[in-house]
Design a protein around this ligand. Structure first.
Ligand SMILES: *[C@@H]1O[C@H](CO)[C@@H](O)[C@H](O)[C@H]1NC(C)=O
Ligand SMILES: *[C@@H]1O[C@H](CO)[C@@H](O)[C@H](O)[C@H]1NC(C)=O
Ligand SMILES: *[C@@H]1O[C@H](CO)[C@@H](O)[C@H](O)[C@H]1NC(C)=O
Ligand SMILES: *[C@@H]1O[C@H](CO)[C@@H](O)[C@H](O)[C@H]1NC(C)=O
Ligand SMILES: *[C@@H]1O[C@H](CO)[C@@H](O)[C@H](O)[C@H]1NC(C)=O
Ligand SMILES: [Ca+2]
Ligand SMILES: [Ca+2]
Length: 288
């Protein structure tokens, strides 16, 4: 929210002028902008001493208002009206607040001239968000005859930090199970608009494994400590040239079980090995 200092000053002047006793009160426009910085990354104890506001010794501060005090983020700051000492009472999130604007109102001790001082607190971004995948797991089914270099599946991650180095990240493949023999998976390391594409080099052979489980990591470039998160990608390999599977005795007691959706998108696909813990509902066709 932008506060126009002139408007505030006018509102204040009107309020003061309503009192006849203070009719002769003169207002002085005195905008001294002092700026402090607060690091989002502070991880020590609260409250902590931050800095001092230079309060003119001829002034009597009677009110300090604004963000961090009586506006969101409330009760973040405490400023001593006499000493000007500023204490930070809790953590602040740069992703929510980048600058806090406060107003200090004071009367001069001798002639009651009203003074307003604006002070700003700038929040410094820290790397406090890891890049997060848009799904905790992904799966896809690919044909055994898929050519190397083909994009198999896309993943997306986003990092909510603000500074470039805190929000930029790279993808990497942490592990592949089982370990592939004569081929390898890869992912584009520099994400294209936060998207990564999994591909492979070499030759797929379903006889060696009919599925691979990849742990893919997104790691940001934040300092001093990069943050990361992972996701699981399951890639089922299917035969390129098999017959349509025959499903036998799939329905119990008449009506088809509508909650039991097939795992594979392709109707040509042979049935997958059932995942652990689920009852086997169909049998694969006999190989000849
Ligand atoms: C991945 O994204 C690219 C670019 O948007 C798209 O062309 C491609 O079809 C996608 N691949 C898969 C497997 O979804
Ligand atoms: C996550 O990202 C992938 C790849 O960009 C996309 O295909 C998928 O629909 C997204 N999922 C969600 C839940 O947004
Ligand atoms: C890649 O990222 C851009 C921007 O975030 C998005 O608009 C696009 O849909 C994404 N593409 C894929 C394939 O996920
Ligand atoms: C797999 O490949 C075979 C033969 O090359 C083709 O007939 C079939 O449609 C493919 N299946 C998928 C899901 O792409
Ligand atoms: C299917 O189930 C019926 C009744 O339970 C049984 O008689 C039949 O032999 C089964 N068929 C196959 C191919 O398993
Ligand atoms: Ca941050
Ligand atoms: Ca980050």
């Amino acid at each position: 929210m932008e506060i126009n200092p002139r408007c505030l000053f006018m509102i204040l002047s009107l309020g003061v002028q309503l009192s006849p006793a203070e009719f002769l009160l003169r207002q002085k426009r005195n905008w001294i902008i002092q700026t402090f910085t607060i690091s989002e990354s502070y991880s020590g104890k609260f409250p902590y001493y931050l800095d001092r506001v230079d309060i003119d010794p001829n002034l009597n501060v009677f009110e300090i208002t604004g963000q961090g005090i009586n506006e969101e983020p409330r009760e973040l700051l405490e400023i001593n009206k006499k000493s000007g000492r500023v204490y930070v009472l809790g953590p602040v999130d740069y992703e929510k607040f980048q600058t806090l604007k406060l107003i200090i109102k004071a009367h001069s001790k001798n002639n009651q001239i009203l003074t307003q001082v604006g002070i700003n607190f700038e929040i410094i971004d820290a790397n406090d968000n890891p890049p997060i995948f848009n799904q905790t797991m992904y799966e896809t089914t690919i044909n055994e005859s898929t050519l190397q270099g083909t994009g198999l599946i896309n993943v997306t991650a986003t990092d909510h930090d603000s500074k470039e180095e805190n929000k930029n990240f790279i993808f990497s493949i942490d592990s592949v199970t089982p370990k592939p023999d004569d081929f390898e998976f890869f992912i584009n390391e520099v994400p294209n608009f936060n998207n990564g594409t999994i591909s492979f080099k070499g030759c797929l052979d379903r006889k060696k494994a009919d599925k691979y489980i990849l742990i893919v990591k997104a790691t940001d470039l934040g300092k001093p400590k990069p943050l990361s998160s992972s996701t699981t990608i399951t890639i089922y390999i299917e035969h390129g040239n098999r017959h349509r599977p025959v499903f036998m005795n799939q329905t119990v007691a008449g009506a088809p079980d509508s909650t039991e959706t097939p795992r594979r998108p392709s109707p040509q696909a042979p049935p997958p090995a059932p995942p652990e813990g689920t009852p086997r509902r169909s049998q694969p066709s006999q190989e000849t």
